[in-house]
Design a protein around this ligand. Structure first.
Ligand code: ZN
Length: 328
């Protein structure tokens, strides 16, 4: 179960008070855990033994197998949900639930419903069969028509705390790994981002290689811009991630050189590399950050990839002339 315990506890309470709404909007950024929470809520509603997920009744078992007929889920296809898909779902709603007291429909990315789809849904929201509960997940409820919005109870999903994300990683993967601190900082409260990183070793490999190579560029006479570029080319599909990593790397060097405290580093698993560069002047590090920002902006405006990256790497390499033997 993913975070958002307060929200689930609140939903549980509405069940106990017989105050379950016919429609909910779960609103928050992608990857924050809206669907997982919707599934947990659905499981509570569907259990034949009241408000718990007993895991033993027929309804719970079928739900766990993904074949509970009282539960349906719609996904966005080609970035939109068409009116036909909504109509198909609505047709089945006249049949009463088979196992529990509810029929649950989750509409994922409901903000991508076409206006026609929203209008079709509206009729059911206005006069829903008493056993139906809709859960619409959206990034922004502003993309849902006012009439649909006014029929739904809106629940906002906040970012998770670092401790909550750590707990989720522990639940899934067991013992703490050295790169978790970085993943948690990078995820910035969005648990989906942390899990995506944990499940994509190629991202962590790219991070290791790129940090190593940028670190070499910072040593006079060592790194080679064109060799470094090859790494960027190889990982061009992850360039947004890589540029962000570089900014965080330089950020860490600045933080460490100013505070000598490595407990507040984002890349805490790369402590050695960061300490090694702590004698770089602030002006040198700011030039490096500026170089990364320029490349980032250039690529957003469709600049030539090779040119943008090579210029960035050259600027980073040249920044060492500002290197000083003193800390400041
Ligand atoms: Zn049950």
């Amino acid at each position: 179960m993913l975070g958002h315990k307060k929200i689930l506890a609140g939903l549980h309470k509405t069940m106990e008070n017989n105050n379950v709404s016919h429609a909910y909007i779960f609103e928050g950024p992608d990857g924050i855990g809206k669907r997982e929470t919707a599934l947990s809520f659905a499981a509570m509603l569907l259990c034949e033994r009241g408000t718990e997920r007993c895991g033993e009744c027929q309804s719970c078992r079928l739900f766990a197998e993904g074949s509970n007929p009282d539960f349906q889920e719609i996904y966005s296809k080609d970035k939109s949900i068409a009116v036909d898909e909504i109509r198909n779902i609505l047709k089945g709603l006249v049949i009463r639930p088979l196992y529990s007291s509810y029929k649950i429909i989750i509409i994922n990315d409901a903000d991508s419903m076409t206006v026609q789809a929203q209008n079709a849904l509206l009729k059911s929201l206005e006069e829903p069969p008493p056993y139906v509960v809709f859960i619409l997940t959206v990034q922004s409820s502003a993309a849902v028509t006012q009439t649909v919005r006014s029929r739904c109870r809106r629940i906002l999903f906040d970012k998770l705390s670092e401790e909550e994300i750590l707990e989720i990683l522990r639940e899934r993967y067991g013992a703490r790994q050295p790169e978790w601190d970085f993943m948690i900082s990078y995820a910035d409260g969005v648990v989906g981002t942390a899990l995506e990183l944990a499940e994509s070793p190629d991202y962590l490999d790219a991070r290791n290689e790129i940090m190593q190579s940028v670190n070499e560029l910072l040593v006079p006479g060592k790194g080679d811009v064109f060799k470094a570029y090859e790494l960027f080319e190889k990982n061009s599909d992850k360039i947004e991630f890589i540029l962000k990593i570089m900014l965080l790397f330089f950020r860490d060097i600045i933080i460490y050189s100013q505070t000598l405290n490595y407990n507040i580093l984002i890349n805490s698993d790369k402590k050695d590399m960061i300490v090694e560069n702590a004698n770089l002047k602030l002006s040198c590090l700011l030039k490096c950050i500026d170089a990364v920002w320029s490349a980032k902006r250039g690529l957003e405006y469709n600049a030539n990839f090779q040119l943008a990256i090579e210029v960035m790497l050259m600027k980073i390499k040249d920044s060492y002339v500002y290197k000083d033997s003193q800390v400041y």
